[in-house]
Design a protein. Sequence first.
Length: 100
Amino acid sequence: MSAFRDQDGRTIEVDCTIDLEQTTESLHAYVELDGIEAGPGDEVLVHYAPTSIAFGESLVCRRRATLRRATWKDRVLARIRGYLELFELFEVGFSARSAS
């Protein structure tokens, strides 16, 4: 793992693996940072990432990424937003139908 940490200590450059697939079995795009885990509110910028692949293809490649760590305030706000978005799912109502 080769990582570069900026002077402010919040910006880290690291290698990453990109996994893209667009097939009948799966449609996904994953990025895995080498040796570092991103947390709530963190921002990841992948340099020279492929933006699309043809249907039926999958691609795994290596690139560099810049991880910008969130401040404690940004982390708290990200967690609150996440919970609020989760609670929106609970607003879906279900009602019993009468058997006729």
